[in-house]
Write a protein that binds this ligand. Structure first.
Ligand code: 1PW
Length: 211
């Protein structure tokens, strides 16, 4: 992973994450997240507590990907099937599997919805739009519902320290504003598709509220 963020690379990794059968490759899904972490880090230190949690979730999944059961962790679909069939998921309260692949990925999945909503706002924003407002609106509509008060407060503080819209566009490293907007228009349907496939899979298996 390169240190500098590039929106183009995020687009490419999420594109690679979809198989022909519309299954989601975990390897590329977390590669996409690694890119996003680089993005958060380039926004400054206030985001480090947020990216730290994402990094630790990525690490848990990477351990599965390189562990002895790695053949079951190729796609999100195969992971769900394997973990459910082998009772490896705490379904109602945290117990002997507090860090299952299913619950770990669910946290990233919920955050992906935030990202999707935020990037859509950024894409359609105007010069006087505030990134902090776009970020917190997207957050309140999605991830906030899954976070306790204390985290919501801390996240809110981080948002206030966000750089402005121009910096965001620069950090995306994808050319001038018009080019960034075009690339966002291209990336968002892909992110939305990956999100929806995961959402449907989790819903079908009753996994959307994993503790
Ligand atoms: C500028 C765009 C950035 C988009 C990235 C979105 C990442 C959102 C991550 C928020 C993390 C806040 C701090 C950690 C909270 C955890 O408690 C929570 N993790 C997540 C990813 O929501 C739940 O994980 P847990 O405590 O059940 O293991």
């Amino acid at each position: 992973m390169a240190d500098t963020f590039s929106l183009q690379r995020v687009l490419e990794t999420f594109r690679s994450s979809l198989s022909e059968k519309k299954e989601v490759y975990i390897k590329y899904y977390i590669a996409g997240w690694q890119e996003l972490v680089a993005f958060m880090n380039s926004l400054g230190n206030v985001f480090s507590f947020i990216s730290k949690d994402v990094v630790s979730k990525i690490q848990i999944l990477e351990n599965f990907l390189s562990g002895e059961n790695r053949s079951h962790y190729v796609t999100i679909q195969s992971m769900v099937k394997y973990e459910l069939e082998n009772d490896l998921v705490d379904l109602t309260k945290r117990g002997s599997h507090p860090e299952s692949g299913c619950r770990t990925l669910l946290r990233l999945h919920r955050a992906l919805r935030w990202l999707e909503l935020f990037l859509e706002r950024l894409r359609t924003s105007t010069e006087d739009s505030k990134t902090s407002v776009m970020c917190s609106d997207a957050y309140n509509e999605s991830l906030a519902q899954h976070h306790p008060w204390l985290i919501r407060k801390a996240v809110g503080v981080a948002f206030c320290a966000l750089p402005g819209r121009d910096t965001f566009f620069d950090v995306m490293n994808a050319g001038d504003h018009t080019q960034v907007v075009a690339l966002l228009g291209e990336s968002l349907p892909l992110i939305a598709e990956v999100y929806q496939i995961t959402e449907d899979l989790y819903a079908k298996n009753n996994l959307l509220e994993l503790p």
